[in-house]
Each structure stands twice: as C-alpha cells, then as structure tokens.
Ligand binder design. Structure first.
Ligand code: FES
Length: 103
C-alpha cells in the first residue's frame, strides 16, 4: 500500500484550477474541479515535456500551454492533438483540509 503524500491546503488551489507539485524527483499536476473535488495527473504534457500547470483548466479539461493539446484531467484521456498519449492519473483526496495524492 502506497502512502499518501501531503500536497498543500485545499484552499491553495482555486476551484477549476491547477497547481504544479514536485515530489521525489517527479512532477505532478493537482486539480480542483468546479465542485471542489481533487485530482492528480503527471505534471508534464505527453506531447513535449511542458508543465501542464501553466495551462488552462476548463470544466474537466486541462489545455497544454504550448500547443493547446487537451486532456481530461479526471481520466487522463488525451482529447485533442497534438497530444495523443494519455496522461497517467493518481488517487487524490482531501483529509483535514489538506490535499493528498498517492503516487
Ligand atoms: S507540449 Fe503539450 S500539446 Fe505540445
């Protein structure tokens, strides 16, 4: 069983926004949906290695800042070229007001 990793206070990510989180030599993108649910994906676009946290969140979608490829951040599914390879996703939760992910 993998431990939960502490990320930040829930309030540090606005609704419908994304935060970059670096841990263990890897980078992740942490999202809060409009409903306040939290999600986590790999932090780098699968097209070229660009930080997704610099992109735009719209509903369930993250748009990459470089070539506007899109992914569903809840499922990791690549939705628009040039992004064709799905993103890895990770379990995320809120515990005592802190966002945690399992990696
Ligand atoms: S680097 Fe993300 S779509 Fe090209």
């Amino acid at each position: 069983m993998t431990d939960w990793v502490d990320v930040c206070d829930e309030e540090e990510i606005d609704l419908e926004d994304v935060l970059r989180f670096d841990h263990g030599g890897r980078t992740f993108a942490i999202y809060r949906s409009m409903e306040g649910e939290v999600f986590a994906t790999d932090g780098l676009c699968t097209h070229e290695q660009v930080y997704l946290a610099g992109g735009l969140v719209m509903d369930d979608v993250i748009e990459c800042p470089k070539h506007n490829g899109r992914f569903n951040y809840k499922t990791g599914e690549a939705l628009r070229t040039p992004a064709c390879v799905n993103l890895a996703t990770y379990p995320a939760r809120v515990a005592d007001g802190r966002i945690q992910i399992q990696v």
